[in-house]
Write a new protein. Structure first.
Length: 146
């Protein structure tokens, strides 16, 4: 098996890869390439590959001014789950969030993503809020690392 390669998004090809994983896992909130490009200016976006095969992506929303809370989101395409990829992505991005000054770590999972909820809860996250975005029918769940 090829080693997992995790890279910070750099250039349109990687932006499109990040977009593909996001839109596959969160079909209720499809992002355009321009929206992904804008996010890459505010957040740390990474993509994960096994060899040359795209398997996942992650997002770190750094602490906002005056806070110590960061959001860490790891996404793995369904065909590549339960192979340790999400754990590697999460551990790497958790370290990045801590390096950015985060003392409090949160994540967000689409309620219909049972694998994602199980993953977050198995790492010590607990639910703090559920909400619907305008026009959505599936809620998002915010979780905080206990």
């Amino acid at each position: 098996m090829s080693p997992l390669r995790i890279q910070q998004v750099d250039g349109d090809a990687m932006l499109r890869d990040w977009q593909h994983v996001h839109n596959t896992i969160i079909p209720s909130h499809v992002l355009s390439l321009d929206e992904v490009r804008e996010r890459s200016g505010r957040h740390r976006l990474t993509v994960a590959y096994l060899g040359d095969v795209l398997v996942g992506c992650s997002t770190v929303r750094p602490p906002a001014d005056g806070t110590s809370t960061a959001t860490v989101i790891s996404r793995v395409l369904p065909a590549h789950r339960r192979q340790g990829i999400g754990g590697q992505l999460y551990e790497r991005e958790l370290a990045q969030a801590r390096a950015l000054g985060a003392d409090v770590i949160e994540t967000v999972v689409l309620a219909s993503n049972e694998d994602g909820l199980h993953f977050a809860r198995s790492r010590g996250f607990t639910e703090i809020e559920r909400y619907l975005l305008p026009g959505d029918s599936v809620p998002y769940i915010d979780l905080r690392l206990a």
